[in-house]
Design a protein around this ligand. Structure first.
Ligand code: ADP
Length: 273
């Protein structure tokens, strides 16, 4: 079983990702593709006159402030355009892909955080009416139904709250929870960088190998959105996934390259908590 998360940043080559996934599925692997759509959502939000509002939480993590209108734009892009474009590419390649959001069949479920405390201009501020949350539980029934019938699921946020509301969640952390629930050995996280860099301006500064017990020494290098990816990796490893690979989705065969260990490999078998 192969679980791949592909981001939504500029530069990602979705054709390369889908073609590589096709090769692996043809070779007999079951696969699930989880995807984002941040850059496209930002572009379309601007066009709709509702520019994105990125906020930084008190603990230093960046996220998209998601009021109801933003949530609906988010759904149009993630579950609509992005998801269906990927499904179309896979279908054209002969892979029987099915697009899903985490709220379908309650695949990604968790608590909604309707108020968030952010730091703005050095001051604390509470934002209400936020439709964001965290994947706490993965319900695999629909996923197994599809995999057993030979389909390839293509999964994207939003998730569903325990009360049944759609909510924006971090795709990397969702993929981590999915990988843990399916007990896969490896989670591949593709983005528009070669992996974790010591210096974001220098792609030669790639950190290729991180043993789990030394992860704290490396998380300091992750800035902005990379911080959440590191958090997702830690969660996956804590839950029993044996390795997480961050790799480059701007290149041909990005999944095979990640499987071959190119990128940043975070590994370490530790006892689940
Ligand atoms: P995606 O949308 O593909 O999931 P993100 O944009 O959320 O990816 O995260 C990847 C981004 O994180 C990179 O484009 C880069 O600008 C940023 N980043 C911050 N710190 C680092 C780092 N140390 N190494 C690599 N990328 C980093």
């Amino acid at each position: 079983m192969i679980i791949v998360k592909v981001g939504g940043s500029l530069g990602i080559d979705y054709d390369a990702v889908c073609d590589d996934l096709t090769t692996l599925v043809r070779a007999g692997h079951q696969a699930i593709l989880v995807h984002g759509g941040s850059a496209e959502t930002n572009r379309i939000s601007e066009q709709l006159g509702k520019p994105p509002r990125m906020v930084t939480s008190v603990s230093g993590y960046e996220s998209r402030y998601t009021d109801r209108e933003t949530l609906e734009i988010f759904e149009m892009v993630y579950c609509g355009k992005m998801n269906k474009n990927i499904v179309e590419k896979l279908q054209r390649n002969g892979v029987n892909a099915v697009g899903l959001a985490g709220l379908d069949g309650r695949i990604w479920e968790g608590p909604r955080k309707s108020a968030i405390t952010i730091i703005e201009a050095g001051k604390k501020k509470v934002l209400r009416d936020d439709f964001t949350g965290k994947v706490e539980r993965v319900n695999l029934k629909l996923i197994h139904l599809l995999l057993d019938a030979g389909f390839t699921p293509v999964l994207t946020p939003p998730a569903i709250s325990y009360e049944g509301e759609a909510m924006n969640v971090d795709g990397d952390r969702g993929a981590a929870m999915l990988a843990a629930a399916l007990r896969v050995d490896r989670l591949i996280i593709l983005s528009n960088v070669p992996g974790l860099l010591k210096d974001t301006q220098n792609e030669e500064s790639l950190i290729s190998d991180i043993p789990f017990e030394r992860i704290d020494e490396y998380t300091v290098f992750a800035k902005g959105r990379m911080k959440k990816k590191m958090l997702g990796a830690v969660e996956a490893l804590r839950e029993g996934v044996k390795s997480v690979v961050f790799a480059d989705a701007r290149r041909p065969c990005p999944i095979s390259e990640a499987l071959a260990g190119r990128g940043t490999v975070i590994h370490g078998k530790i006892e689940p908590q």
